[in-house]
Design a protein. Sequence first.
Length: 442
Amino acid sequence: MANPQLAAKLKITLDEDQLTNCMRCGFCLPACPTFRETGIEAESPRGRIALMKAVADGLMDPDEAFEEQMYHCLGCRACEPACPADVKYGRLLEQARDAIEDHTRSHRLWVKGVRRLVFKELFPKQGRMRLAGKALRFYQKSGLQRVARTTGILKLLPKQLADMEKILPEASGQGVIERIGGRHPAKGERIATVGLFRGCLMDTLFAETNVHTVELLTEAGFEVVIPRTQNCCGALHAHSGELDDARELARRNVRAFKEAGVDYIVSNAGGCGALLAEYDHLLHDDPACREDAAWFAGRVKDVSDILFRLGRLPSFGDPAAPGGPVRITYQDSCHLRNVMRSSDAPRQLLRRVSGAEFVEMHEADRCCGSAGIYNLTQPEMADQILEHKMEHANATRAHYLLTSNPGCLLQMKLGVERYGDGGGMKVAHIADFLHERMKKGD
């Protein structure tokens, strides 16, 4: 059914300059995962922009099919580097989803409850995230997980959730600050002071990775500060049509890191880093925070990038595997590559690991299908994309598949579980892999 309120909201929300900048050239088509899977014009960035413009120009009513198409996009933003007109497609997508959530999105009651729990009550509140981590750890360590698996109760869950339960890492109720403290001096002469963005899932499911990131940074000559008052980056909110909540989270983070007096803000999660680096855009209409947001966005760095470009790199070594060197490959985080434009630094670091052979994966720059919570909300399309990704991963015959984002890491572990060739490929965060092989100085 047509929705005039949504049409009016889209007309004033969508960036007209970005809509008209699209030249319909089609360079985005081969870069788009959903178009590659379906071959349908509406499943492409060009097609989705055409739908948005038709609504904004009053030529089409935004019906349920329009809404579904806006949410069938992964938001990987691979179209942006391919676009000769530099159309900011990701911003248009977020604006469209924000309007949809405000005016029409008719979620089932339980979906509304889950969204409120996740976006309002859980991710924005670090104390509750730690409690959730403790609860998950109790489930994993108390025997409840074993009971759930042996009794078959997990079969009551949707298949995607049941499969994800199999590959979850050990959770923790103690984040990086609780484990090692909030300030860490540089080894040797200090190059700069950096603030670590610890994240939500990173500090709950991958707290050890945060610890390893701190130790890599200090070994490379950086003083590390971890502001206690930081919170969720807001990426999941922004991508899910909750822009007002994303802006409030951004304001708190800008304030926390500005008060910490850091030279750079370091992220080890590509999805988080991409939104952090766009806080200037997210808060550009907020006169009270605009200047500080620009300061913040200009200082965001991925851990691989700052290590490689500014750090005093330690040596990395790996004992030879039976029959030859350890073979490693790398899966790009879409947002790290397409938004932060960082794809070379991780590869350069991995090529420095002695005793390891780096093998480039075919189409490593293609989305793995994780895309925040896309693999949960659009499981069929996500699985199609993942299956094709694993064909390329298996072809590398790598011992380790490495990535720079927690969502990608879990998705690729799921891929090995479902479509692995039985070779025992391990999936790990690049920071954990490098930390394990780091030769520490005196």
